[in-house]
Design a binder for this molecule. Structure first.
Ligand code: UT7
Length: 328
C-alpha cells in the first residue's frame, strides 16, 4: 500500500509587500534583498484573518477538482507555527468550516520543515491501511509574528498556504517512496519566538521586550540549512539508488535563493530541475513546499513517474526530505 498525492491546492493573499515598501520601514534596499535572498515581494494576509483562512482556501481548491468530498476525509494535519489561537488547534477550525465530519486531526509544529513532517506522518496512516485518505496542509501567517522594525527578519517572511490530498493506492511503485526526518535542539537559540508559551506567558513585559516576534541569527541558520538540506537530500537519494541526475524536480524549502542554489549545486542539478518561486512569496514557513508544488502542478510541470524530492530546514532545528514518484 502506498500513499499518493491525488490533489493539490494553494492560496496566496492578494496584498503584496514589496522590497520598495520595506525600504520605507527599515534601513534596507531592493538590491540588497534581491541579491542576498532572491525575494522581490511577499503576500500579507488581512489583519482580521487567521492562518486557517488561507489553509481553507488551499483545501477548497483541492475539493473543487477532486472526486473525494470533505465529508470523506479521515485525517487533517495542518503544519503551522502560527495557528489561529493557542487552543484549540487550527485543524479544528478547518474541520468545522469544511464540514469534514468523519475525521480527526491536529496542528503540527515542525517550523519550516512542518509540511515535510506532516506528509511523512500522514503517509504512515495510509500505508498501514488504517485510513484511505488525509488532507495535509502547510500554512503560515508569518506577518503576525514578524517585527517590521527588524531588517534581519522582515525582509524574508510572508504569508501563504498549500495543501495536498493523500490517498491510498495499491500500486507499489508510485507515491511517497521514502523520507528522512531530523530534529536537533541545538537550533533553539538561533531561531525562535520566546514569548507567549508556558515558559514566558504573554505579559506586558514580554510584549515590551518584543518576545512575541521571530528572532533569527540568519548567518548561523544559513550554514546549518545548507548542511542539513544537502545531507538529507543526498541520503534519501542514495538509499533509493538515485542521484541528482535521476531527479525530475527538487522542491526545496524557499528560505533564501542562495541556500537553494547551494543545495542544487551539491546535488549537481540544472536550473530546470529546481522549482523556485521565492521571488514572489518570500519564506512562507510551512507553506513554501506545498505552495510551490501546487503552483508547479497547475503549470503542468509534473508527469506521471517523475521523481520529485522535497527538502526543508527550519526552527528546532528540523530538517527532512520526502522522495515522491509522481502518481497522477
Ligand atoms: O526558513 C527557516 C530557516 N531560515 C533560513 O534558512 C534563513 C537563513 N539565513 C538567511 O537567509 C540570511 O542569513 C539572511 C537573509 C537572513 C541574511 O543574509 P546574510 O547574507 O547572512 O547577511 P548578514 O546577516 O551576514 O549581513 C550582511 C550585511 C551586514 O552588514 P555589514 O556588517 O557587513 O556591514 C548586515 O548588517 O548586510 C547587513 N544587512 C542588511 N542590509 C540591508 C542585514 N540585513 C539587511 C537588510 N538590508 N535587510
Amino acid at each position: 500500500m502506498r500513499a499518493i498525492i491525488t490533489g493539490l491546492g494553494h492560496y496566496s493573499p492578494e496584498e503584496k509587500l514589496t522590497n520598495k515598501d520595506l525600504e520605507k520601514l527599515v534601513d534596507t534596499n531592493d538590491e540588497w534583498i534581491r541579491v542576498r535572498t532572491g525575494i522581490a515581494e511577499r503576500s500579507i494576509l488581512d489583519k482580521a484573518k487567521g492562518t486557517s483562512y488561507m489553509a481553507l482556501r488551499a483545501a477548497r481548491m483541492i475539493f473543487e477538482q477532486s472526486a473525494v468530498s470533505p465529508e470523506e476525509i479521515e485525517l487533517i494535519i495542518l503544519a503551522t507555527i502560527t495557528p489561529d489561537m493557542p487552543v484549540p488547534s487550527a485543524a479544528s477550525v478547518i474541520q468545522k468550516e469544511l464540514g469534514a465530519h468523519r475525521c480527526w486531526g491536529f496542528d503540527l509544529n515542525g517550523g519550516c520543515t512542518g509540511f515535510v513532517y506532516a506528509l511523512a506522518t500522514a503517509s504512515q496512516f495510509i500505508e498501514t491501511g488504517r485510513y484511505k485518505n488525509a488532507l495535509v496542509i502547510g500554512a503560515d501567517k508569518m506577518s503576525c509574528i514578524i517585527n517590521y522594525e527588524d531588517r534581519n527578519t522582515c525582509v524574508i517572511f510572508g504569508d501563504g498556504a498549500g495543501a495536498v490530498l493523500l490517498e491510498q493506492s495499491t500500486e507499489s511503485d508510485r507515491g511517497i517512496i521514502d523520507f528522512d526526518l531530523h530534529l536537533d535542539g541545538i537550533g533553539i537559540e538561533y531561531l525562535n519566538v520566546l514569548g507567549g508559551g508556558s515558559l514566558h506567558p504573554a505579559t506586558m513585559d514580554t510584549v515590551q521586550q518584543k518576545m512575541h516576534y521571530v528572532y533569527q541569527d540568519g548567518k548561523t541558520v544559513f550554514k546549518y540549512a545548507v548542511k542539513g538540506m544537502c545531507s538529507v537530500s543526498e541520503e534519501v537519494l542514495k538509499r533509493n539508488g538515485l542521484s541528482g541526475k535521476d531527479l525530475n524536480y527538487l522542491i526545496p524549502h524557499q528560505a533564501n535563493l542562495r541556500i537553494i542554489d547551494a543545495v542544487a549545486k551539491k546535488l549537481r542539478l540544472t536550473p530546470e530541475q529546481v522549482i523556485i518561486n521565492i521571488e514572489k512569496y518570500g519564506n512562507t514557513t510551512a507553506a513554501t513546499i506545498p505552495l510551490a508544488m501546487s503552483e508547479a502542478h497547475q503549470q503542468h510541470k509534473f508527469k506521471k513517474d517523475d521523481w520529485v524530492l522535497l527538502s526543508a530546514f527550519g526552527a528546532g532545528f528540523t530538517w527532512g526530505s520526502v522522495l515522491l514518484k509522481w502518481a497522477i
